[in-house]
Design a binder for this molecule. Structure first.
Ligand SMILES: Cc1cc2nc3c(=O)[nH]c(=O)nc-3n(C[C@H](O)[C@H](O)[C@H](O)COP(=O)(O)O)c2cc1C
Length: 342
């Protein structure tokens, strides 16, 4: 299996198929994850709509939420049949909805049930079943608790683990606060890697610059970025180029042009324009003209007229007074690959 050196985290209302298409244009080697889909929704709902993805997205993983082994196995089967490369179980989300359904991070308190879920899914499919968790939950945040949890999932057949390096509070904090208030503890994830050398461990949480992200690769097998991957997608291009030793990545204008080609084809299939262009908001993050770009995207009308306006916006971004001054100080841009395949 392709190693998980660089990953885009699963994010509800962010990593839909359009966002993943865009990130694939930027970072050719990164793993991308779907938004969490509950096993119930998949098994009893419109699975074809939930599971749609573009063939360029590989390697792409389907993230599932649930705690019923049989239902999860059924959902995993659907994911495999649809062509996903991996099924990931969400054991890290603290939202009230997820808590009420007794899954997400609450499952960390029930390692035997998580193991049963992993086993059931892994027996149902030939693709890898992986787990995404936190370092702890509520007052169960000692290392022994985490190690015991991991022991269960490893014994159940999980070979790759994604750890959001902070605990979650089930009560008192909103999901957003649960992504900022509990402190990050990378050392705990490093210790886990030392204790489970055979387990592929991917660190997630708070990686927001290229140096910080690359530094972690000395301690763990891979890194997973969420908010920064979305807010500054070009940073994923730089990471991809550095990690996979290609040294160069597509400049943002080429990315935008290629994405707008995709948008055009999706418009023809009646996908609303802004469902797709909203993912471009961060493309010029930290660049001159970024605010103008975002404002322009926010004003697009639907359909072909909106697409043409978006193309004009892009052209202005390239030729306006800001052009030639583009240097973020964070994710510096480098020339296009000569054989850019668009
Ligand atoms: C808007 C948003 C939605 C998220 N949805 C999910 C989700 O569906 N499944 C999941 O496991 N984590 C979800 N997360 C958590 C991220 O996957 C990640 O663990 C977290 O944001 C920490 O990484 P970061 O600091 O790089 O953003 C979400 C995060 C955000 C910001």
């Amino acid at each position: 299996m392709t190693p998980h050196k660089l990953c885009v985290a699963p994010m509800m209302e962010r990593t839909d198929r359009h966002c993943r298409y865009l990130l694939r244009l930027i970072a050719p080697n990164a793993w991308v994850y779907t938004e969490m889909i509950t096993a119930t929704a998949l098994v009893h709902g419109d699975s074809e709509r939930f599971l749609r993805f573009d063939s360029s997205e590989h390697p792409v993983a389907l993230q599932l939420g649930g705690s019923d082994p049989e239902l999860l196995a059924g959902a995993a089967r659907l994911g495999e049949a649809a062509g996903y490369d991996e099924i990931n179980l969400n054991v890290g989300c603290p939202s009230p909805r997820v808590k009420a359904g007794r899954f997400g991070v609450a499952l960390m308190l029930e390692p035997a049930l998580v193991a049963a879920c992993v086993e059931a899914m892994q027996s149902a499919v030939g693709i890898p079943v992986t787990v995404k968790c936190r370092t702890g939950v509520d007052d169960r945040d000692d290392y022994a608790f985490l190690r015991e949890f991991v022991r269960h999932v490893v014994d159940a057949g999980c070979r790759s683990l994604f750890v959001h390096a902070r605990k979650a509070w089930l009560s008192g904090l909103s999901p957003k606060e649960n992504r900022t208030i509990p402190p990050l503890d990378y050392a705990r994830v490093h210790r886990l890697k030392a204790d489970f050398p055979e387990l592929e461990i991917v660190l997630n949480g708070g990686l927001d610059t290229v140096p910080a992200a690359l530094r972690e690769l000395a301690h763990v097998d891979g890194i997973m970025l969420g908010r920064t991957a979305y807010a500054e997608p070009m940073l994923m291009g730089e990471l991809d180029a550095r990690i996979f030793a290609e040294g160069i990545h597509e400049p943002r204008a080429a990315v935008a042009e290629a994405y707008l080609e995709y948008v055009e084809s999706e418009l023809a299939a009646a996908t609303p324009l802004r469902v797709m262009t909203r993912h471009l908001m961060g493309l010029y993050a930290h660049q001159p003209g970024a605010r103008h770009w975002r404002r322009g995207l926010g004003q697009l009308v639907d359909g072909k007229a909106g697409l043409e306006a978006c193309r004009r916006l892009l052209a202005a971004q390239q030729t306006g007074p800001a052009a030639g001054l583009r240097h973020s100080g964070r994710a510096a841009e480098v020339p296009a690959r000569p054989t850019a395949a668009h």
